[in-house]
Design a protein around this ligand. Structure first.
Ligand code: SAM
Length: 263
């Protein structure tokens, strides 16, 4: 393990660099998965996907590449977000049938897995990277997830599935790359930028309202979250207790995009 009592944060950043560098497309071994859990979440079991904690992933046949181990939303957080969305749906008027749920930047597919289980829906997910797609396809098959995983760009998926209701929900979590700066996360610099993704979603629905869920870190640069969602209604933020230095912890936000006079 690289963690030391003196420098847990340095160990985190060093390990993060490895996961996004030489281990980026390597399927992690059981030991590496446990190390990732320890370094990122303070205990091996903290890295848990599809209800399977890191110490059991290898024997369960789960394939996780380095980049996905750092990019993924783990069970503890995915459950919180799925619960928040279920609570929100419960307050909405009935009608319009089962909402469409889309995970536009699927990665590990753990969001999709928990949303499908909690909300009782089939989640449509897009993943453009062939290696991530193949690993995720394999994992979702192993755990029997109700996810339709499409290999390709999120815009292709948006173009394929028409709007269903004003409660249709889109998960937006593009790679951060250069958006992750010392000043915080700049959502205008994700790849693609968040404002452009919101435009693409809106256009695919002819402006019909919908719900958006987005993952950020706990340090937003240049007010870029508020500016990206300036025309949206903020519904809820989920801010788990920090375990890492500022800027490395995860937050989640729910918004209503588009004016909704027919709720
Ligand atoms: C930050 S990760 C998402 C992590 C995911 N929420 C999870 O829990 O594992 C972003 C993912 O989007 C994929 N991606 C990047 N550009 C994309 C695009 N244009 N369309 C679809 N997927 C894309 C990347 O390959 C990566 O796996």
């Amino acid at each position: 393990m690289t963690t030391t009592a003196e420098s847990p944060h340095a160990a985190y950043f060093a390990f993060r660099d490895r996961l996004l560098g030489d281990l980026r497309t390597t399927v992690l071994t059981g030991d590496q998965l446990c190390e990732a859990g320890q370094v990122i979440y303070g205990r091996p079991e903290g890295l848990s996907l599809y209800g399977i904690p890191a110490p059991r992933m290898e024997s369960a046949g789960i394939r996780l590449m380095g980049r996905t181990a750092i990019e993924c939303c783990v069970d503890d957080y995915a459950v919180l977000v799925a619960d928040a969305l279920a609570a929100l749906y419960a307050t909405l008027p009935h009608g319009g049938g089962v909402p469409l749920v889309m995970d536009l930047f699927c990665g590990s597919g753990n969001f999709s897995h928990h949303l499908a289980a909690r909300l009782g829906v089939t989640v449509h997910a897009a993943e453009s990277d062939q290696d991530v797609h193949d690993a995720t396809r394999h994992n979702l098959d192993r755990v029997g997830a109700a996810t339709r995983l499409h290999l390709g760009d999120y815009k292709d998926l948006l173009g394929k599935i028409p709007a269903r209701s004003n409660h249709d929900t889109y998960f937006v979590e593009p790679p951060w790359g250069p958006a992750f700066t010392p000043d915080g996360l700049d959502l205008t610099r994700t790849a693609p930028p968040v404002p452009r993704i919101l435009d693409d979603i809106s256009r695919s629905r002819d402006g019909r309202p919908c719900l958006i869920a987005i993952k950020t870190n706990d340090q937003i640069a240049h007010d870029s979250l508020d500016r990206a969602f300036a025309d949206a209604e903020h519904l809820r933020s989920i801010t788990p207790a920090p375990t890492l230095p500022r800027g490395a912890n995860m937050h989640f936000h729910l918004y209503r995009l588009g004016s909704d006079t027919h709720r």
